[in-house]
Design a protein around this ligand. Structure first.
Ligand SMILES: Cc1cc2nc3c(=O)[nH]c(=O)nc-3n(C[C@H](O)[C@H](O)[C@H](O)COP(=O)(O)OP(=O)(O)OC[C@H]3O[C@@H](n4cnc5c(N)ncnc54)[C@H](O)[C@@H]3O)c2cc1C
Length: 408
């Protein structure tokens, strides 16, 4: 169907997890919604595909903790509406040197947000996880009950189905090449590569690693959102130990603070395998990727796996590697703001999720939908996510602890 004559309340650009969750929210609020995607729906060229993402409330930055708590509730709400599961709960286990500033900030942030948290020494960690994790003597472990795994491709598909079910129109293989504002009527025209103009009152840009390029074209604004290519690695659990790494047996989602920042999820999507990658990546352009992991990075993972899991996991080499993209800002905080300029509050940008956005998609969708409908988002302080923080070449928010995402 050709929808180019219809005036939509909202057009959402980009159908990764953020755009799909947002289209669901705007449609659910009764706004006529069009979701446009440049590639096939559920493609593997952006950031939202694959089999697992971690959800946790443990963040050194306090402002993410309350968002993650709300998101957790909204994931369950969406699951109840669709009737199947995408979110699997377990404990979250963060670990690292006892003087690591990000880890200490994270404990503090849990206290401030009233999240029950247990700080364990080496022996207590050994006991907590039945001897699976062996951490060094001078490390601590931090355990909370709010961890888990989300199945990303299934979750994006869920939001698209919910958006459709709530009346949204979805179009893939439709690349947006410009967005224009008609100063007379205040309508926005979304111009696509196939020569069509789609009309709307409000527009939400959720273009992931393509965000910088699109915003530059539309507003002449060079947002510091850098695409990184990253890889996910699956390792074989040695025979006879497979059950120890499952959610049913209490295995957590986990993160290692320090360099490199390693993370992992329980054995779930591929029985007998466990996902253990490094958080970070190599600078790239979305169309210019190596699709491979640097050998030095795999070496670091091998060492870490052998040190932590001994002979429980085959740390010789990963049995499967997948490629994905982050879009990082200099301070690793999101961009959620009005586009400004001639668009004022009629366009919203949600990008720069810096490798830690998936868990927040439901709350980002809720925020973006409220911003276009009412001009503000309830119950959340968006100060840290403003575009203006990068003015004058600034690196953005200042933090008193180490970066969690590095380039390698
Ligand atoms: C390997 C990996 C592991 C991760 N682990 C975690 C984790 O454990 N926990 C967590 O919370 N987060 C995690 N993340 C981060 C999370 O996945 C991302 O923050 C999130 O998926 C970003 O979604 P997005 O919708 O902004 O971007 P994308 O998924 O890239 O979606 C953007 C979409 O916009 C489309 N688009 C772009 N330009 C246009 C255009 N001009 N016209 C039409 N369409 C356009 C693109 O094709 C794309 O589909 C991980 C990311 C990766 C890569």
């Amino acid at each position: 169907m050709d929808n180019s004559s219809q005036l939509f309340d909202v057009i959402v650009i980009g159908a990764g997890v953020m755009g799909s969750a947002t289209a669901y929210r705007t449609a659910k609020r009764g706004l006529t919604t069009l979701l446009l995607e440049q590639f096939d729906f559920l493609h593997h060229r952006g950031s939202s595909h694959g089999e697992s993402r971690t959800i946790r409330t443990t963040y050194p930055e306090e402002y993410y903790t309350s968002m993650a708590l709300e998101s957790s509730r909204l994931w369950e709400e969406a699951e109840a509406e669709i009737g199947y599961r995408v979110y699997f709960k377990t404990k979250q286990f963060d670990m690292g040197p006892s003087n690591q500033k990000s880890l200490l900030a994270l404990i503090n942030s849990c206290h401030k947000n009233s999240i029950p948290v247990r700080v364990l020494d080496r022996n207590e960690v050994f006991e907590e996880f039945s001897g699976i994790f062996q951490i060094p003597e001078d490390w601590i472990g931090v355990v909370t009950e709010h961890g888990g795994v989300i199945k990303p491709t299934k979750a994006v598909s869920m939001f698209q189905a919910l958006a459709l079910g709530n009346g949204a129109v979805l179009k893939d293989n439709t690349k947006v090449i410009n967005i224009e504002k008609d100063g007379g009527t205040n309508e926005i025209f979304v111009v696509t590569e196939d020569g069509k103009n789609y009309r709307c009152r409000k527009c939400i840009i959720t273009a992931g690693p393509w965000t910088r390029r699109l915003i530059e074209k539309v507003r002449g604004l060079a947002l510091p959102i850098q695409p990184l290519e990253t890889t996910v690695h699956y390792w074989k659990i040695n025979e006879g130990h497979e059950d120890k790494f499952t959610i049913e047996n209490g295995f957590p989602s986990f993160a290692v603070y320090g360099a490199p920042y390693i993370y992992g999820t329980p054995s779930l999507e591929f029985p007998g395998l466990i996902k253990i990658p490094v958080h970070g990546g190599r600078t790239c352009e979305p169309e210019d990727r190596t699709w491979a992991a640097p050998a030095a990075l795999v070496e670091k993972l091998r060492e870490w796996i052998k040190g932590r899991f001994g002979d429980l996991v085959d740390g010789d080499k990963p049995v499967m590697t997948q490629s994905c993209m982050y879009s990082v800002t200099p301070d690793r905080d999101y961009v959620i703001d009005f586009l400004g300029g001639e668009f004022g509050q009629d366009a919203v940008v949600c990008g720069g999720f810096s490798g830690h956005g998936f868990k927040m998609a439901p709350v980002v969708g809720r925020i973006a939908a409220e911003m276009v409908e009412t001009g503000r988002a309830e119950g959340v302080d968006l100060t840290h996510f403003r575009i203006g923080r990068f003015e004058g070449g600034s690196k953005g928010n200042v933090k008193d602890f180490e970066d969690q995402v590095g380039s390698h």
